[in-house]
Design a protein around this ligand. Structure first.
Ligand code: ADP
Length: 264
C-alpha cells in the first residue's frame, strides 16, 4: 500500500488534523514484478545460446578446427544454436506484436477444416520422422469468423507440441465439431501428458514443465503464450485436459459469429 499524508492547518495556524491517502498498489506491483521477471527471462534465454556459440567458435579457433570430426560436430552445434536463437527472436517479436496496442485480426470467413489440412501438410514430415499418425475428424460445418493466418499459427503450435511431447509411434487426433453457436477445435495426443498442477502455468511465457526436454526439441517456451493471446483475440475459450503418461487434449471453442457483432 502506498500512503501519502498532509496536515490540515486551521486559520489560527494550528494543526487541525491530518489527511491520509491509502493507495492499493498491489496490482501495479504485480505488473512491475511480471515485467522484471520477463526481462530477466529474456536475457537468460538469449544469453544461453550466445554463450554456447562463443564457446564453440573459440574452441574451433584454438585448434579444434584441425580435427575433421570435431570440426563437423562443433559446426553442427553452432548451426543448431543459431537456429534456436533465431526462433527465439522471431517468437519474441511475434509476441510483442500480438500484445501491442495496434494489433488487429484480419477478420474473414474461415473454414477450420481447411486450416487443419494446411497444418497437416506443413507438419507431415516431422510427424513421419517420429512414426506418428496425424488424424482428422470433422463433424458438421466448420465455418467461423476469424483470422485464417492466426488460426493456422495456433494450430501449428498445438500440433507441433503434440508431436514434440509424444514418444515415437503415437497418434494425434484433430477434431473439429460444429455446435449451435460455436465450433470446437481439439488437438489430442497420446503423449507424455501434463501434471494437473502445471496445466495453468503452461501458458506463461517461458514456462516449461521440463526445461531440458523442451530446449532439446527446439522449443522457445513462448508457443503457448502466443496461442493464448491469439485465442483471446478471437474471443475463443481454451481449455486443457491431460493425464501424465497417457496424453493431452487442447480444446478451443470458436464462436461462429464475431463476438463484437453479437454484442451490438
Ligand atoms: P515449448 O517451446 O517449450 O514447447 P510452449 O509454450 O509451446 O513452449 O509449451 C510450454 C510447455 O508446456 C512445454 O515446455 C511442455 O512442457 C508443455 N506442453 C505443451 N504442449 C504439450 C503437450 N501436447 N504434451 C505435453 N506437454 C506439453
Amino acid at each position: 500500500v502506498d500512503v501519502h499524508g498532509a496536515p490540515i492547518i486551521g486559520i489560527d495556524e494550528k494543526l487541525k488534523g491530518i489527511v491520509l491517502v491509502f493507495h492499493d498498489i498491489t496490482e501495479l506491483k504485480k505488473l512491475e514484478q511480471a515485467r522484471k521477471d520477463f526481462v530477466a527471462n529474456v536475457s537468460h534465454e538469449l544469453r544461453t545460446p550466445v554463450t554456447s556459440l562463443k564457446g564453440f567458435t573459440e574452441t574451433l579457433l584454438d585448434g579444434a578446427m584441425e580435427d575433421e570430426n570435431l570440426r563437423k560436430r562443433f559446426l553442427t552445434i553452432i548451426a543448431n544454436e543459431s537456429e534456436r536463437l533465431e526462433g527465439l527472436i522471431v517468437d519474441l517479436l511475434e509476441l510483442s506484436k500480438i500484445e501491442g496496442a495496434k494489433f488487429q485480426l484480419n477478420w474473414q470467413h474461415v473454414t477450420l477444416e481447411s486450416v487443419v489440412d494446411e497444418v497437416f501438410i506443413i507438419l507431415k514430415n516431422k510427424a513421419e520422422a517420429k512414426k506418428m499418425r496425424l488424424e482428422r475428424k470433422v463433424i458438421g460445418s466448420t465455418c467461423i469468423e476469424g483470422d485464417p493466418h492466426r488460426i493456422k499459427q495456433i494450430l501449428i503450435n498445438l500440433v507441433n507440441n503434440a508431436i514434440v511431447y509424444s514418444p515415437e509411434g503415437g497418434r494425434i487426433n484433430v477434431r473439429v465439431k460444429e455446435q449451435t453457436e460455436t465450433v470446437i477445435l481439439e488437438v489430442e495426443d497420446t503423449g507424455i501428458g501434463i501434471n494437473k498442477k502445471e496445466i495453468p502455468r503452461v501458458f506463461e511465457r517461458f514456462y516449461r514443465v521440463d526445461r531440458a526436454r523442451s530446449r532439446n526439441s527446439g522449443g522457445t517456451g513462448l508457443g503457448l503464450a502466443i496461442v493464448k493471446h491469439l485465442a483471446e483475440a478471437h474471443h475463443a475459450k481454451i481449455s486443457v485436459e491431460s493425464e501424465v503418461g497417457r496424453g493431452t487434449n487442447f480444446r478451443l471453442m470458436f464462436y461462429k459469429k464475431r463476438q463484437s457483432e453479437l454484442e451490438e
